[in-house]
Design a binder for this molecule. Structure first.
Ligand SMILES: *[C@@H]1O[C@H](CO)[C@@H](O)[C@H](O)[C@H]1NC(C)=O
Ligand SMILES: *[C@@H]1O[C@H](CO)[C@@H](O)[C@H](O)[C@H]1NC(C)=O
Length: 886
């Protein structure tokens, strides 16, 4: 301080003259603190944390209060330097008993003043001590931000502690005005997020500041009220809300003249402070302290979750919850500690592979390759779970590509592992969201295309592997290549390419592409496999068909195409879409009205067994989850049976999991001679195979083959091995993964994190009895889902937290019985057992860094029961079930 040069002199008369000039000239600001004057303000900041939709009246809040002495220590005609001192600082929080409060003075807060520089009345910088903590600096910026006023109604852009904001001013009278902020850059400080809306959070923020001025334009009161509302997109009832009131209220005017700094301009005045002070931007910076987790290491945490991580809990709540709790700490863990944990917990290796996959750091990646080395199963487990990641460290992607390119000793010899590395690499490259010309993306794309077009030669399974990789990569620049394969490839290639195209967002397709899909579906140039046709149909219908296109599709039902299973597929698909979408329903009805010859029983009730149906599995207060089941029958044999689960948020849905059972070449055993078309025998000649394909969150894993070739099939039939349920997938995969900071107008930092996991135990089984001439397919899914959310807000001396955990165990089983003893009958049963949705919430307030730490906690909890049910399918199915089980 001694280095500052102060001179006493009064500027009151000059100020008065300046005011007289200013009052009539709107382009020059009025002074909120008069030149040379001193004002005392009461500062009060109350921050409240709420749980959404809670009836509990216990409050969790903190209040920071202080007296601010604001002195104008330098000014020119347009510029001003304000000196601000915090006095009598306190923090207060409510106690459990109503109307009682816990209050403590803050003694550690430095009593040195800080400075605000104003140019043309606008606060530009904060000049403050360098050693001060981030929260306090932000609060100083917040005070400075309150000194920003526009004297004209209308929209503007403003820069303050909240970053750049869209602001709307309304002038109420000569002494009252209000500003409203609806969009600030510092409300959107995303660290991690997911692009699929159902896995995201919905964040809405708003601030209103009301100003009262004196007749001379002095600041009498500034009251900022802001709310930040965070909810799960897929369940808007669940989340947290922060409310903050930041109030500056005039209490007194200094009687003594203020010592003035004598300098020619603002820069020099600021310069004179820099021995002790530094100049800071008015935009706030996140105080990362708020997001720090407890000091427990991953090793300690794992040892307290040992039981929950046990194999018995796969597909159960306990495991899904443990993962959501462990991930934040695991993301900070180093390679060495991971390796030790893997070594110490030999029984938990598969679970650890999943956990390290969700971590997505290079430390976790190296630990996995170091510890699991050549254990193909564990590496595959890791890679499959890694594939759903949305923000892996880029070095992980580079490493996977290197491994695939390695030759000699380093070459990945195991074909299954190689397949999985390719699929994971492609998936990660998609989800990272590279720019189209990103060098790494270009390398990955050319690696896949080079293999597909050159290295594979005529090897069909090699080609399908890389086509699946293109499906996972979803790079729009590969669409033409896939279309060409779909149009001209051999049956299997064509179907796989169509399946890949089906997975692209339809926004990538144009009219020219659509023509090709129509060509495949209607077989205008040549014959296509029924599965390729149904994929083309699906894309066409997702592209919002015009009335004309829909009419053409209806006319097709009356055509002489002998594939009545495809016609059945069309009818069922149209039904599913009209159940889902009102617009589509009215369009369809319009088209049907124009075609009385189609809208009759004979055509609309095709004899096919193919079933396409969609059913709701859960709804409020759980997530909206639905199921799509497609059982595509070809000549009386299940050719493709798929069950897919979706999670939706408003109009958007995302696939959680899809299980596809495919067979081919079985018609010679159980064929139905009814379904024959004259010249289409490709499929019959194909080798006897059956297998299963699984996609988790739109990522297609390598296929699991049940049997390949007649000899293997016979082996299974005689030994009965195919009738053992085959574990298709046991994994814990990351769903929600969001991290976000929000700056508050009071300078406090809010932090939110939402992490969700699904623990999945998926079984599939195909049973075929040639003796009894029947077959059974069973798909069982046991899943547990957990979503853990935390929202914290505060500053150095106080913290509020709202933490919730949502968990449930949605299970389904699908049973398809096929009887071909005389004629073919198919009965599908879909069951959803009873389910409980559990929700717990803890709110807390902690006052800290004061003489005596204070904590208050408020807990709440609820459970909802969803009774089990057998989901009704359709009338024809019911009739067939009755026949089979009579
Ligand atoms: C499923 O729920 C949606 C909306 O939640 C509703 O429009 C639809 O009719 C329901 N579908 C079935 C098959 O119950
Ligand atoms: C869930 O479905 C209900 C019923 O259709 C709908 O009102 C609600 O908005 C949906 N919830 C979400 C998050 O989409």
């Amino acid at each position: 301080m001694s280095s500052l040069r102060f001179t006493r002199y009064s500027t009151r008369i000059i100020v008065f003259i300046v005011f007289l000039i200013n009052c009539c000239n709107l382009t020059v600001h009025s002074q909120l603190v008069q030149f040379g004057g001193q004002e005392i303000y009461g500062l009060n900041n109350k921050v409240t944390m709420k749980e959404l939709n809670s009836l509990n009246s216990q409050e969790t809040s903190y209040t920071f209060s202080s007296l601010l002495k604001v002195s104008s220590v330098w000014n020119s005609k347009n510029d001003q330097l304000l000196q601000v001192t915090f006095m009598d600082n306190r923090v207060t929080a409510p106690q459990k008993k109503a109307n009682k409060a816990y209050s403590q003075p803050i003694t550690k807060m430095p009593d040195r003043p800080f400075y605000i520089s104003l140019r043309n009345g606008k606060p530009i910088n904060v000049i403050a001590h360098t050693y001060r903590d981030q929260s306090l600096l932000n609060m100083e910026r917040a005070v400075a931000s309150l000194f920003q006023i526009q004297y004209e109604s209308g929209h503007t852009t403003e820069v303050d502690v909240l970053g750049e904001c869209k602001t709307f001013y309304s002038i109420r009278s000569t002494t009252r005005l209000q500003k409203l902020k609806t969009d600030c850059s510092h409300w959107d400080l995303r660290i991690k997020y997911r692009t699929e809306k159902p896995f995201g959070i919905r964040l809405s923020s708003q601030e209103i500041v009301e100003y009262d001025l004196s007749a001379e334009g002095k600041l009498m009161k500034a009251k900022s009220i802001e709310t930040h509302h965070m909810a799960l997109e897929a369940q808007p009832d669940i989340g947290s809300q922060v409310q903050s009131e930041f109030l500056l209220e005039h209490t007194a005017t200094g009687e003594q003249p203020v010592n003035q700094l004598i300098f020619d301009n603002l820069d020099e005045a600021i310069e004179s402070l820099l021995d002790w002070y530094r100049v800071f931007d008015i935009k706030g910076d996140v105080d990362g302290v708020i997001s720090e987790t407890e000091d427990q290491s991953l090793t300690e945490q794992i040892s307290s979750y040992l039981e929950d991580l046990d194999d018995n809990h796969i597909g159960k709540e306990a495991m899904a919850k443990a993962f959501a709790k462990l991930l934040p700490v695991a993301r900070l863990t180093k390679q060495f500690e991971f390796e030790q944990i893997i070594e110490n917990y030999g029984d938990l290796q598969f679970q650890l592979a999943d956990l390290l996959a969700a971590v997505q750091t290079i430390d976790a990646h190296k630990a996995v390759y170091e510890s699991f080395r050549s254990d193909v199963d564990l590496l595959e487990q890791y890679l499959k779970s890694l594939a759903v990641g949305t923000h892996p460290q880029i070095t992980i992607i580079e490493d996977l590509l290197e491994r695939l390119k390695s030759l000699g000793n380093e070459r990945i010899e195991n074909d299954k592992l190689r397949d999985t590395v390719v699929q994971t690499l492609a998936s990660l490259a998609r989800q990272v969201g590279f720019e189209p010309d990103n060098a790494l993306l270009v390398k990955i794309r050319s690696f896949i295309l080079h293999n597909l077009e050159k290295e594979c030669a005529d090897d069909e399974s090699c080609k399908t592997l890389y086509i699946r990789a293109l499906q996972n990569l979803q790079d729009p620049s590969t669409i033409d290549i896939l279309l060409n394969l779909a149009l001209n490839g051999e049956t299997k290639i064509s179907v796989t390419a169509m399946q890949a195209l089906r997975s692209f967002p339809v926004s990538h397709f144009n009219k020219k592409h659509l023509q090709i899909f129509l060509q495949i579906f209607y077989q205008t140039r040549k014959k296509y496999d029924t599965s390729a046709r149904t994929f083309a149909l699906e894309i066409m219908l997702t592209m919002k068909p015009s009335q004309e296109m829909l009419g053409q599709l209806l006319d097709y039902l009356n055509s002489n195409d002998k594939h009545f299973e495809i016609k059945t597929y069309v009818i069922q698909k149209l039904n599913v879409l009209s159940e889902k979408c009102v617009k589509f329903r009215s369009l369809l009805q319009k088209c049907l009205k124009e075609r009385p010859y189609i809208n009759n029983y004979n055509i609309m009730a095709q004899k096919g067994l193919t079933t396409v149906l969609s059913r709701n599995l859960s709804w409020r207060p759980a997530f909206n989850e639905s199921l799509l089941s497609i059982q595509e029958i070809y000549r009386g044999v299940l050719k493709r049976g798929s069950v897919e689960l979706f999670l939706s948020a408003e109009q958007e849905e995302t696939s959680l999991c899809k299980l596809d059972i495919y067979t081919s070449g079985l018609t010679s055993f159980v064929g139905d001679s009814d379904d024959i078309s004259d010249d289409d025998d490709n499929y019959d000649n194909s080798p006897v195979t059956a297998g299963m394909e699984i996609s988790i969150q739109n990522i297609l894993h390598r296929p699991l083959v049940f049997f390949n070739g007649q000899a293997e099939l016979m082996g299974h039939v005689w030994k009965g091995t195919a009738s053992q349920p085959t574990p298709a997938l046991q994994a814990n995969t990351l769903t929600q993964d969001v991290e976000h900071y929000v700056m508050l107008a009071s300078g406090a930092t809010a932090y939110m994190r939402v992490i969700g996991f699904r623990s999945i135990d998926l079984y599939g089984k195909v049973e075929l009895s040639l003796w009894n001439r029947n077959a059974q397919t069973e798909i069982m899914q046991k899943t547990a889902a957990s979503v853990h959310g935390i929202m914290k807000v505060g500053f150095t001396y106080a913290q509020l937290t709202n933490e919730f955990m949502l968990s449930y165990e949605p299970k389904i089983s699908l049973l398809a019985d096929l009887d071909f003893y005389s004629g073919v009958k198919l009965c599908i049963q879909l069951q959803r057992p009873e389910m409980f949705l559990k929700y717990t919430n803890t709110r807390s307030v902690v006052l800290q860094e004061i003489a005596k730490r204070y904590t208050k906690k408020v807990n709440s909890k609820r459970t909802n029961k969803f009774p089990g049910s057998t989901l009704a399918l359709n009338q024809k199915n019911n009739e067939m079930c009755n026949i089979i089980f009579q």
